[in-house]
Ligand binder design. Structure first.
Ligand SMILES: [Zn+2]
Length: 121
């Protein structure tokens, strides 16, 4: 972290079907990303707007935002965008999410509480 602007790239991205995506980074660090969380933090303009404060009451960031999140969503297709980002096609039809590597790296759930997010529908 002291390295200014050190950028990391994934060497391997695995979709498993346990509700998480696994990224192995070029420094050997592996991170697991729950799909629901990835979907919720989708950085596209539409989703960012939905997360704007005027669209919702002040919320616990870990609360499920119903306008943005589909509980059982999973990626149907992953593709690299140039050499800087991951494009995710979601099972709910949302396909404008581009996740820059540095964003994903910063989100490494080692820094986040990973909670089993399986509401009993
Ligand atoms: Zn989005």
């Amino acid at each position: 972290m002291a390295d200014a602007r050190k950028t990391f790239s994934p060497v391997e991205i695995q979709r498993d079907h346990q509700g998480q995506m696994r990224i192995l980074w070029d420094d050997g660090h592996a991170c697991l990303y729950p799909y629901a969380q990835l979907r919720k933090i989708c950085p596209c303009a539409t989703c960012r707007e939905l997360r704007m404060p005027q669209h919702q009451a002040p919320a616990n960031p870990f609360q499920v935002v119903t306008t943005v999140t589909t509980e059982k969503v999973h990626p149907v297709h992953l593709s690299a965008v140039g050499n800087y980002a991951l494009h995710i096609d979601w099972s709910d039809g949302h396909h404008t999410g581009i996740y820059p590597w540095d964003m994903l790296r910063n989100l490494c759930p080692e820094l986040l509480p990973v909670t089993p997010d399986h509401p009993t529908a």
